[in-house]
Design a binder for this molecule. Structure first.
Ligand SMILES: [Zn+2]
Length: 408
């Protein structure tokens, strides 16, 4: 137990009594000025608290992080639209552009606000969203998502990736827009299948890494390209990360090609990813494209989870909760032991906090008091029961409270 962040007079704004940590410890949690001020053993004498909640042994986790979402694509605010585009990434891009030209409501109304609300209710308190930048949207989506981020700043920590959804070389104005996007307030430079979309492995990567270095920002590249082509692109991103000194700031999202690598090749790539400081993000997709997440964990690779598409032109899926995402991973990889299930919390808590500054990551003195409470005794129970939190605190303030409903 530590009281490192406790205010000098020992007081706190909110005290959570009788909490259980993911390690199984019974603790009293003191919160002051939006942060965890102290974790105390249950029998420790307590200084005054302005307010108290008795959790009656409930499990407390740090707020969950969604490392890959598309707030601007979501259509939760609109009537059901059947999935139309078949096959290739290019076909879906064309379908999405047709949708955008026809739709005239704001992104908040289209679904971004509904999605944020559902995410918060499911325990997500931090996220990284990609925002489309192409010849149709130009910088309009970015401007709208920046406004939404400001409006939600007390409820959700949001990182923004300037995402070239139609490619960079094959969509002429995009390189300039990406540069502008960094000045407007985007946090990271995005990328998309250099060969699959732009037909050139090095040209788009040159532009992405140059922009990141120029603006001192990180990179997050969508990589759907499979097979040898995709593996070669991963090698190229690793080499550029080392050469540019951007280690720790580069993410590859999806990396479907890793599902096709044999164990020897996977081991070599994993070593290179670790050495270069490149993170992977997976939505734990169905089909044959999911990278071998437990094996990558064994090999030491930093893996985060994200929802990716929610009711949009890419996928009608409405799996929003990060707890549900861990359930998908448990099912997909047939994980059953408490140790294996508990490890699935890392890609939505500790890893995104460490590699991306997303979320508090852990329940610890000094950490931002984004805390979620479950009617459970341990993490595995939350995952296999696909639980929703009964209480969500953001910066020490109660944002969602289902306790009355649970008791009734
Ligand atoms: Zn995506």
């Amino acid at each position: 137990m530590s009281n490192a962040a406790l205010p000098k007079d020992g007081s706190c704004d909110l005290r959570l009594r009788c909490a259980t940590t993911v390690e199984g410890l019974a603790v009293t949690i003191d919160i002051a000025e939006g942060r965890v001020a102290a974790l105390r053993p249950p029998d420790e004498p307590l200084p005054p608290a302005q307010d108290e909640i008795d959790l009656r042994g409930a499990l407390v986790l740090p707020g969950l992080s969604d490392s890959h979402v598309h707030l601007d694509k979501c259509m939760l605010g609109l009537a059901w639209r059947p999935h139309r585009a078949q096959g290739s990434v290019r076909a879906i891009i064309a379908d999405e552009k047709a949708f955008r030209r026809a739709e005239r409501v704001s992104l908040a109304e289209q679904g971004a606000e509904a999605l944020l609300d559902r995410m918060l209710h499911s325990g997500t308190t931090s996220l990284r969203t990609h925002v489309d930048i192409d010849d149709v949207t130009q910088l309009d989506h970015l401007a709208q998502i920046l406004e939404l981020r400001a409006r939600w700043s007390d409820r959700m920590q949001i990182q923004i990736v300037a995402f070239p959804q139609s490619g960079i070389l094959s969509c002429a104005p995009v390189a300039g827009y990406l540069d502008d996007a960094m000045r407007m307030g985007a946090d990271l430079v995005g990328g998309l299948d250099p060969v699959g979309i732009d037909g050139d492995r090095d040209g788009p990567l040159d532009i992405v890494f140059t922009l990141a270095e120029r603006h001192g920002r990180g990179i997050d590249i969508h990589l759907h390209d499979g097979g040898e082509l995709g593996l070669d692109e991963i090698d190229a991103i690793v080499m550029r990360t080392k050469a540019s000194g951007l280690g720790g700031l580069v993410t590859i999202s999806h990396a479907f090609a890793l599902a096709e690598a044999d164990d020897l090749r996977l081991g070599r790539i994993a070593e290179a990813l670790c050495e270069a400081g490149v993170t992977l993000v997976s939505s734990v997709p169905g089909g044959r494209r999911c990278p071998p997440i437990p094996r990558l964990r064994e090999l030491g690779v930093a893996v985060c989870f994200g929802t990716d598409n929610v009711r949009d032109c890419w996928n009608p899926s409405t799996v929003i909760s990060m707890v549900d995402r861990t359930t998908l991973a448990a099912y997909r990889f047939d994980l059953r032991s408490d140790a294996d299930l508990t490890a699935l919390l890392d890609p939505i808590t500790t890893v995104p906090a460490r590699v991306a500054g997303l979320g508090p990551g852990a329940l610890a003195p000094g950490a931002r008091a984004d805390l979620i409470v479950f009617d459970a005794t341990c993490g595995p129970q939350v995952i296999v029961e696909r639980q929703e939190p009964v209480l969500v605190l953001v910066k020490g303030t109660v944002a969602i409270d289902r306790r009355g409903r649970a008791a009734g």
